[in-house]
Design a protein around this ligand. Structure first.
Ligand SMILES: Cc1ncc(C[n+]2csc(CCOP(=O)(O)OP(=O)(O)O)c2C)c(N)n1
Ligand code: SF4
Ligand SMILES: [Mg+2]
Length: 307
């Protein structure tokens, strides 16, 4: 008996057990974006009001009067996630309700492309809300069209195999850092503890907080639904999607991979990259290395000075 007790392992759960989102949503099997919001609401709690523009999540939530999210949602036009959140946040402030979190939850198309003007305006004003772009790297809801978050080399219906995407993914984190907002973070649905910790921190900060959240889409990326987390983690393990935060201008890389896996391993898990030859894969590896080295330099120059 004693031996048994001695061998018992203590597991410390850091993911809140509370479930705010309900399972009866209408996302595809293995959808990274649906799991992502489940984690986000665990971190932010029930006292959250969301703005959701046109995107997969406008559908995932379910048809009126049903809602899987479990918190009030203002469904708004494609380009208005941030301006709607600004309105909600100011209304809450006028009502003296400072214990309610306003969350703008938008896709990459609604953020990197059409919604960037509203987001930039709100960030420059310093409106008090958390903005999260769940990035599935294309316009999925309307049938997998490319966005400016689609990476170089990817197949989409508007960048077909013979004319795959030839431009690089926009660096949305650096665009938001340039707005001098108090908090910017990248996060990955494959690393929920990191995501939740950062959200709990962001919740306490006044002003505009921005999250770039990586969320694989089995339907658009052409992978099996049970590979979502493996692929999400491979993106960070290969430095394709580094996880870092910038708090009041101070850079911190949250996950440094000692021996990054080759980018080829990440690419080969997904049908959207199947057409790429060795030369193209080498180009992508070079691009990833460049981005990573640039980030290391930013942390060196603008990180927390070590004592
Ligand atoms: C002004 C406007 N243009 C186009 C559309 C059509 N539309 C609805 S959702 C969507 C794609 C959204 O892509 P993204 O923001 O990446 O979210 P995802 O569907 O990938 O979750 C588009 C083009 C629209 N609703 N409004
Ligand atoms: S298309 Fe992709 S993002 Fe949209 S619900 Fe399906 S898996 Fe999720
Ligand atoms: Mg998208």
């Amino acid at each position: 008996m004693k031996v048994q007790q001695k061998n018992q392992k203590k597991i410390k759960l850091t993911i809140p057990q509370v479930e705010i989102m309900s399972p009866g949503h209408v996302a595809c099997l293995g959808c990274g974006a649906s799991l992502a919001l489940r984690y986000v609401l665990k971190a932010l709690g029930k006292k959250t009001i969301m703005s959701i523009p046109a995107c997969c999540w406008a559908v995932i939530d379910g048809p009126f009067p049903y809602s899987a999210a479990g918190v009030p949602i203002y469904h708004c036009a494609f380009e208005t996630a941030a301006s709607t959140a600004s309105g909600i946040s100011h209304a809450l402030s006028r009502l003296g309700k400072d214990d309610v979190t306003t969350l703008a939850w938008a896709g990459d198309g609604g953020t990197f492309d059409i919604g960037i003007q509203a987001l930039s305006g709100a960030a420059e004003r310093g409106d008090n809300f958390i903005y999260i772009v769940y990035d599935n790297e294309a316009y999925m809801n309307t049938g997998i069209q490319r966005s400016s978050a689609t990476p170089y080399g990817a197949w989409t219906t508007t960048t077909p195999v013979k004319h795959f995407k030839k431009s690089r993914k926009k660096n949305i984190m650096e665009i938001m850092v340039a707005h001098h907002i108090p908090y910017c973070a990248s996060a990955n649905v494959g690393y929920p503890e990191d995501l939740i910790k950062k959200l709990q921190k962001a919740k306490k900060i006044k002003g505009t907080k921005f999250f770039h959240l990586f969320a694989p889409c089995p339907t658009g990326w052409k992978h099996s639904p049970d590979q979502t987390i493996t692929i999400a983690q491979a993106a960070t393990k290969s430095n394709v999607f580094p996880i870092y935060e910038v708090e009041n201008g101070v850079y911190k890389i949250n996950k440094k991979i000692k021996k990054p896996i080759p980018v080829a391993e990440y690419l080969k898990m997904q049908g959207r990259f199947r057409h790429l030859d060795e030369k193209e894969v080498a180009y992508i590896q070079k691009e990833v290395d460049q981005n990573w080295n640039r980030l290391l330099k930013l942390e060196e120059a603008f990180g927390q000075p070590s004592n």
